[in-house]
Ligand binder design. Structure first.
Ligand code: M6R
Length: 603
């Protein structure tokens, strides 16, 4: 949800900014801009569209040693050059980039900027005009920034430059991610370490409501009153090859293909030298001590929570309730006496989930974040963290994170169940079963041609479709349908197969594509088959994805049978490929679907 990069003290500032923005493009891609200073007057270049458009516009004419850049996902005002960041103060002395949403921007505009002429509709432009006004009134840039930070309410990561001092970037954050990268003779600021790994592996965290003065040879952290804060740095050895596409045409396909490896990495990460499941004992105790688990998440991560519910309940004996993060932000339902909150989030930055975590912390309840990004906001602020070990997920459509989330929760469920002497947990050979899942995924991945052919027949031109399933297959249907609509723009519903006949079946007509998911539970399978017959009788064109053991003649995609606790992992793979090929055949952008961003850091 918008990406920020900044650098100070480097001759190649423009290149660093453009390359950083390319790596941040997954966070927003409707428009972008950079401000470069240090050699003569600062220059501002903005463009609608992708970073490639910005880069073409910048060419090789911008020289400087410092600058800030931004890639945008519009919140206030449509994507356009005037609304693209960076924004400048009235005199153009101050230049600002921002990620987040300023809640009281209209109030600020009315109270402080009635006589200011604003060019666009963004809350950010109001923020920089406010800072500029304070400078015009005689404050130093630092004091003006501080004063504005006291007035601004909402979420933000800010990077501010002053044309009269090209050696400094002023930075502050609240509820939006931002960190410092420490280079050799220069320093950086960025929304995500991934965009700085070419330059450095040494980083420094910024906490909410901290202000940082970044110069080429110093980084000063302080609170909004100006009191100095000591902050050490840390080394994170990220692998550059992880963030490249390699020979793949799209990140999504690469990430789909990586899933067997991720399953094996998780086995390594959550077993000890004897091959026994090993999860942090403090996390096991937290689950043992709770009387109910509340899983809070959004989108695909929410679906992963559902897919893990039965397994968690059966192995830990604790009831599991799911909450959509954006809804729970308004108010909690009646909670149990000893709740444990589990936040599932690939990015660890989702603002909707974070607002619930803030409340959970205020209430003093324990929490666990299950995330792909160590050091992310949700990880830092929760009592405990489990890492997904999926490697960077760059495509907006989440694939390997979903399967890693279910597998990670399986390790948690198994470890807690064993610690509680649960018979089912003791007899569940997770390491073996997950190895079988990895094999099953590999076998599905070898059927890409078959799947692509089915997609061409069924989904190349349709406007709508249904995924149906029962039990855990219903939860997979929810995820499969999100994936399909997210990147192919086909209106698709994930439906409990048995619920169709209670109303929605009236939408089925000649040729409506219905994709049925049927895993190897004989009772569920036989009921699901009945529902398939009902839609066939009404003209639906059906594609069946079926686990071995309950297959029938004419089924389209047959999957290896895996343990029921893990069948959602194997069942989702063909649906990821279906979404991928549907998008490809409709000529759409696989990795960057319209209107979306990878990391949703606004509420
Ligand atoms: O980073 P998170 O897992 O918290 O993100 C939550 C959702 O925004 C995310 O899962 C989204 O639904 C996916 N990108 C969809 O593929």
């Amino acid at each position: 949800m918008c990406g920020i990069v900044g650098v100070v003290g480097n001759e190649n500032a423009t290149d660093i900014l453009i390359q950083g923005l390319e790596k941040l493009e997954y966070r927003g891609y409707d428009s972008a801009g950079i401000f470069v200073a240090g050699k003569g007057a600062g220059s501002l270049v903005k463009s609608v569209g992708r970073i490639a458009d910005l880069s073409a516009k910048v060419g090789d004419k911008l020289e400087g040693t410092a600058g800030i850049g931004h890639t945008r996902w519009a919140t206030h005002g449509k994507p356009s050059e005037v609304n693209a960041h960076p924004h400048q103060s009235q005199t153009e002395r101050l230049t600002l980039v921002h990620n987040g949403v300023i809640e009281n921007y209209l109030e600020i505009k009315e109270k402080y900027l009635a006589d200011h002429e604003l060019k666009g509709q963004t809350d950010t432009e109001i923020a920089v005009h406010l800072m500029g006004r304070f400078v015009q009134e005689g404050l130093s840039t630092l004091e003006a920034f501080k004063k504005a930070l006291h007035l601004i309410q909402g979420s933000y990561a800010f990077a501010l430059m002053d044309a009269e001092d090209a050696d400094t970037i002023y930075v502050a954050k609240n509820k939006s991610p931002l960190l410092i990268g420490l280079g050799d003779g220069y320093n950086m600021v960025c929304s995500d370490a991934m965009a700085m790994i070419r330059e450095t592996s040494e980083y420094m965290e910024i906490h909410d409501k901290e202000l940082v003065i970044v110069k080429k040879d110093s980084v000063q952290v302080m609170d909004y009153e100006g009191n100095a804060i000591e902050r050490g740095s840390y080394i994170a050895e990220l692998d550059l090859s992880d963030i490249g596409k390699g020979t793949y045409p799209y990140y999504m396909l690469k990430e789909i293909d990586e899933q067997p490896t991720v399953m094996r990495k998780l086995i390594q990460a959550y077993t000890d030298e004897n091959g026994a499941v090993a999860v942090d004992s403090a996390i096991i105790s937290a689950v043992k001590e709770c009387d109910r688990i509340y899983i809070i998440a959004a989108g695909t991560s929410y679906h992963a929570g559902f897919a893990s519910k039965m397994m968690l309940e059966e192995l830990t004996g604790k009831p599991v309730e799911l909450g959509i993060a954006s809804e729970w932000g308004y108010g909690m339902p009646l909670l149990s006496q000893k709740p444990l909150f589990i936040f599932i989030s690939q990015s660890g930055e989702t603002a909707d989930s974070r607002q619930v975590l803030v409340k959970v912390n205020e209430l003093g309840f324990p929490s666990l974040t299950v995330t792909n990004v160590p050091g992310s906001t949700l990880s830092r602020e929760a009592s405990h963290t489990m890492i997904l070990h999926a490697g960077p997920e760059i495509a907006v459509a989440s694939t390997k994170a979903y399967t890693a989330q279910i597998a990670t929760l399986a390790f948690l469920a198994k470890a807690v169940g064993e610690a509680m002497d649960n018979e089912k947990a003791k007899s569940f050979d997770l390491v073996h079963e997950l190895s079988l899942v990895a094999q099953s995924i590999e076998s599905t991945l070898s059927e890409k041609e078959l799947i692509e052919g089915k997609v061409k027949e069924l989904l190349e031109t349709t406007r709508n479709a249904f995924y149906i399933g029962r039990g855990n297959d219903y939860y997979v249907a929810m995820e499969a349908s999100l994936k399909l609509k997210e990147i192919s723009y086909i209106q698709c519903e994930g439906f409990a197969a048995g619920e169709l006949k209670h109303g929605t079946i009236s939408l089925i007509e000649d040729g409506t594509p219905v994709l049925a998911l049927i895993s190897a539970n004989p009772v569920i399978a036989s009921h699901a088959r009945g529902n398939v017959s009902e839609v066939v009788a009404r003209g639906a064109q059906v594609l069946t994805i079926v686990e071995e053991g309950v297959e029938q003649e004419g089924d389209d995609i047959i999957l290896n049978k895996v343990h029921p606790y893990l069948s959602s992992i194997s069942m989702v793979i063909p649906t990821q490929l279906i979404a991928y090929y549907a998008c490809l055949h409709r000529g759409l952008d696989v990795d960057k679907p319209r209107n979306l961003a990878k990391s949703v850091t606004v509420e």
